[in-house]
Design a binder for this molecule. Sequence first.
Ligand SMILES: Nc1ncnc2c1ncn2[C@@H]1O[C@H](COP(=O)(O)OP(=O)(O)OP(=O)(O)O)[C@@H](O)[C@H]1O
Ligand SMILES: [Mg+2]
Length: 278
Amino acid sequence: MQDYIKGLNERQKEAVLHIQGPIMIIAGAGSGKTKVLTTRIAHLMASGIDSFNILALTFTNKAAREMKERVEHILGNSEARNLYIGTFHSVFARILRAEAHRIGYPNNFTIYDTDDAKSVVKAVINEMHLDDKLYKPATVYNRISSAKNALVSPADYATDYYVQQEDIRANRPAIAKIYDAYCKRCFKNGAMDFDDLLLKFYELLKTNAESLSKYQHKFKYILIDEYQDTNPAQYEVIKLLGQCMKMFAWWATMRRVFTVSAALPSRIFCSSRKIMMK
Ligand SMILES: Nc1ncnc2c1ncn2[C@@H]1O[C@H](COP(=O)(O)OP(=O)(O)OP(=O)(O)O)[C@@H](O)[C@H]1O
Ligand SMILES: [Mg+2]
């Protein structure tokens, strides 16, 4: 038996050794989810799977760093080098650096941090002669950010009855126009904000069959830690990438360690969405 398997409990071993087909783990806090995920990467590679084909995602920089360190600890630095391992934002930014031209951005696009993005929102608000006490840049930016993470485009935002009613009730009916102008400004500036790193990668996969096929074939093994935290944009990207692949995702809200495998990734995603709603 490989060294890395020793010391795992039976359920952990079962999850690590499962290679083909989608699998979702439902487990509680501190039960060894990240340990299993990182050990599973080592096991995939020991089973002859190229590191180039493995994508491991998580949400915070801290969690990504921890995941990387743990994999390096098991595999050594050089073996781990080619893995795509990191936060959704950092991994998608890395891919967009090679692909952004396909959706009209320069590959050396600027990344706006939250402060940069809020300054652009503020400039747009001022240019539209709106009262920035009512249209507070931070509030408007948060509204735009939520729309982007729910994959609601400016056109959808402007025509969604409930969204519009909310803005009217809050006395901010011009947010749709600000959102549209903000997106156009970012595009003109060759810039993406943090939310765009998800959204534009989604757009790339959705509108460019060649890129979709390329990344579907590249990322044959997708591992997601803290899967319960995925927002709609992340979920749709993963669903697109995982259409014909071997998925591996974590669900971390329940107490027991529990593994589920199913024939189709879509069924996993369907069932995971149902669990999330409970
Ligand atoms: N089978 C095991 N034998 C020994 N130590 C273990 C085992 N499984 C997990 N641990 C240890 O338990 C601790 C928690 O593990 P881990 O961080 O992987 O859990 P987690 O479920 O990801 O936690 P969180 O809910 O905080 O994300 C770590 O220190 C890990 O090394
Ligand atoms: Mg963890």
